[in-house]
Structures are given as structure tokens and as C-alpha cells.
Design a protein around this ligand. Structure first.
Ligand SMILES: [Zn+2]
Length: 287
């Protein structure tokens, strides 16, 4: 992946090494542990679990954490800032075409745990997006895990992870997340609600692909082998693989991210077309 021509985003917040302020989030440690276990082993989107937990306990005030910039010499933080900057330029342009205004999300680097408007964010959740505060949260330790545990190394695989979370931000700005959330409240059961989550997740994969295609057209970011890297990552963190690793069996009803094959297919659809109109997973008869 070539990022020489990309400008770093100013929207990266560095909370690494800060730990948790006292009383942040207001969600008890028991809830956090249960939510974590649920998200990690069941493949449930942790932001949903924590969000629900927060709602159950009443809306919790989020403590203000000082927004610090990462040090200039931090290579990994610079990489993240460049990828984020690239997504900003892509989505600003795409939104302009829709006659809408794109609002840049913030990206928070943290270690261990950090307060979010969706409850306490934890490393074990993996990267996530909180629709309540428009922030993407990532502990960079996940990249090590991506390489060691999921066998998906490479800088473009890492960029894809950010682009997927930014995809959730795009869905949020377009009101798609809200519609899905409402439909889930009306859903007949957990399986139906999960099926909607899968479509939301696959759409975020497709939008990540659209970013890659557009950024490549503008700045030639792709090098040979890059697309394969992202596909490997998409495949490795598909729910079927994660569940097999965790429990040894696959239970389709609990899927919320889609299977490895589905994730690869939708990312590819985005990158092949570069067109967000190709990402309507909600209208697709087959995923
Ligand atoms: Zn997601």
C-alpha cells in the first residue's frame, strides 16, 4: 500500500496509556464482562451489547477525556492518520455527489479500556464505531492479533479495518443505522434482528471497498497483493471463522458480521465498482 501522497487526518485522538477515568460510563464491571464475553464469543457487535447495557442502566454521562494528538514520530499513528485522511477525502467527495455534507468522524487510539458514549470500550472487542459520539475506537494491539491469531498481516489489511469502521459512520450519517435499529426493535426474534445486523456489516465491508477503489483512483494507493490482504482479513474475521475458533461449531443464528465468504464478496463488490449504489445489501436477494 502506498500512502506517500496521502495527507494525515487531524482527527486522531490519542488516549493510549490513559486508562479509565473513575466512574466513566456508569456501566458496572459485571455488565462489561458479560458484554465482552457475549461479543467475543457470540460474534455479537460489542457496541450493540454495550449500548444496550448502557440503556438498561440509564443513560450514562461520558466523562470528558482530553483530546491529545499522537506524537509526530509515531509511525503506526501516522499510518492510521493517513488512512483516516484518505477516507475523509473519499467520503467528502461521495457525499457531495449526493448533495450532502460529510462530517469527519474522530478516531480514538486507546489501550485497555476507554469511555465512549456507547459505554466502556475494551481492547477485547476489537475495533468498533460508536454512533452516539461519531468516533471509531481502536487499540492497535488488534493489528498484532490480526497478524498472529487471524493470519491476516499487511498494511492494507489494517487499512481495511479502519475503512470498515468508517463505513459504519457513513451508514450512521445516511440514517441507515437508525432505520436498521428501528427494524430490529420490530423484528420477530433474535434471528431476524441478527439477519439485519449481518446486512449492515456487509454493507460496511462494501463501503470499505468503495473507499479503496476511489482512493486508488485519486492517489494510486494499491500495490500488488493489497486486495488479497484485505480479502484475507475479511475472511479471517468472518463470524463463521471466529465462532469455529471460539466454540468449534458454527451457529448461523448468532451471526452478526456475515460469513467469511459473504464478507469477501461484498468488499470485492465495493472495490470492483467503486460505487456506493452497489452496496445495497438490504435489497440483495442473496448475500
Ligand atoms: Zn462492523
Amino acid at each position: 500500500m502506498r500512502l506517500d501522497n496521502e495527507q494525515e487526518s487531524g482527527n486522531v485522538e490519542d488516549r493510549r496509556g490513559m486508562g479509565m477515568p473513575m466512574r466513566a460510563g456508569g456501566v458496572g464491571i459485571g455488565t462489561i464482562l458479560i458484554a465482552l464475553a457475549a461479543s467475543y464469543f457470540l460474534g455479537v457487535d460489542p457496541s450493540t451489547v454495550i449500548g444496550v447495557a448502557s440503556q438498561l442502566q440509564g443513560s450514562a454521562p461520558v466523562q470528558d477525556v482530553p483530546a491529545k494528538k499522537p506524537p509526530a514520530e509515531d509511525e503506526m499513528a501516522r499510518f492510521v492518520a493517513k488512512v483516516l485522511g484518505s477516507t475523509e477525502r473519499t467520503w467528502q467527495e461521495q457525499f457531495k455527489r449526493l448533495n450532502r455534507q460529510y462530517e469527519d468522524p474522530k478516531l480514538v487510539l486507546f489501550t485497555g479500556a476507554t469511555p465512549t458514549a456507547c459505554g466502556t470500550g475494551q481492547t477485547a472487542m476489537g475495533p468498533f464505531y460508536c454512533p452516539m459520539d461519531h468516533k471509531v475506537y481502536i487499540d492497535l494491539a488488534f493489528y498484532q492479533e490480526l497478524k498472529d491469531r487471524f493470519h491476516a498481516p499487511g498494511d492494507f489489511a489494517q487499512a481495511y479495518v479502519i475503512a470498515h469502521e468508517v463505513g459504519h459512520h457513513v451508514q450512521n450519517l445516511l440514517g441507515i443505522s437508525e432505520k436498521v435499529h428501528q427494524a430490529q426493535q420490530r423484528a420477530a426474534g433474535e434471528a431476524q434482528a441478527n439477519a439485519l445486523s449481518v446486512r449492515l456489516e456487509l454493507q460496511a465491508d462494501c463501503l470499505a471497498g468503495v473507499w479503496a477503489a476511489q482512493a486508488n483512483e485519486a492517489k494510486h494507493i494499491l500495490e500488488s497483493g493489497d486486495i488479497e490482504q484485505a480479502l484475507t482479513a475479511a475472511s479471517a474475521i468472518g463470524d463463521d471463522r471466529l465462532q469455529k475458533q471460539a466454540r468449534g461449531v458454527v451457529v448461523p443464528d448468532a451471526f452478526t458480521h456475515g460469513t467469511s465468504e459473504q464478507r469477501m464478496r461484498w468488499f470485492k463488490r465495493g472495490i470492483d465498482s467503486g460505487d456506493m449504489n452497489q452496496c445495497n445489501t438490504f435489497k440483495a436477494a442473496a448475500l
